[in-house]
Design a protein around this ligand. Sequence first.
Ligand code: TA6
Length: 298
Amino acid sequence: VNITHSNSRVSAVLPTGESIEVLLYGATIISWKDAAGQEKLFLSSKAQLDGTKAVRGGIPLVFPVFGTAPDHAATAALPQHGFARISRWEFLGRSTSESARTTDDGDSSVKLDFGLSPSNLDEESRKKWPYAFGLIYSVTLGREGLTTSMVVRNEGESAWEFQVLMHSYLRVDDISQVSISGLESSSYVDKLTTPISTTTSPSSALTIGSKTDRVYTPAGGPSAPVVVTEGGAKKFSLVRDNLNEVVVWNPWTDAVSMSDFAPADGYKNMICVEAGAVKGWQKLEAGETWEGGQIISL
Ligand code: TA6
């Protein structure tokens, strides 16, 4: 495995060619390529990569709140999706918890750890969410796919609660050829209706023909795969651990109103399938730890 680390990014390449690139800003994975060098994530050509704004694409991290929660006192003051994706994380190195290492040119996977704690936050975020916490985000690049997992620890003396989500922008060739299975007959919140409504999806796979913004609680539970196919061929299969929700988002032609979304018709080349714990709140007592993650297989 070849790991390079600059002051802004960490990248890793497996001997078989698979690679990832992680921006320390937000611990945002901005590139994930397969052995043939095919990019698997959508990254807007106008994404800000200089730490001035959350990255439009890749896999931004949402913590401690999904969206905004005006009626949730503890997080009401935070910006949309919280501070994790707009803070500078620390690279903790290649995870020692990796399975026994083979010789360097035989590595079939690499696991990189990133950390965030109050000392990494700007004054504003610390003031708006004054709790003692520790996050360890692990990214595992393997030959069969990408695993991202989060450990959340309450380092304080009192309980607090959070939401967490991995906001994955998956790259597709043509959204009109995409179908998503694993969300059938499931309860979902449609954020595009007023008032926001909760309804049950049909027994057929989901296709995307207009702006879509839904929070599903898949009936099959976290271990049942959510599969993105394109033109009948499987592109991504996502299983979860301890993340009960799957958000599906495509801005459609509203993309034109996002200054950092380019090209404007780039909505045809992406689908956000976001694993998260965002319905209600995860409560952590002092000293407690929570863990959750996703495996995206190709
Ligand atoms: O992906 C779900 C969502 O909450 C959408 O409602 C949309 O707001 C999207 O996140 C992007 O949010 P952002 O703050 O990155 O523009």
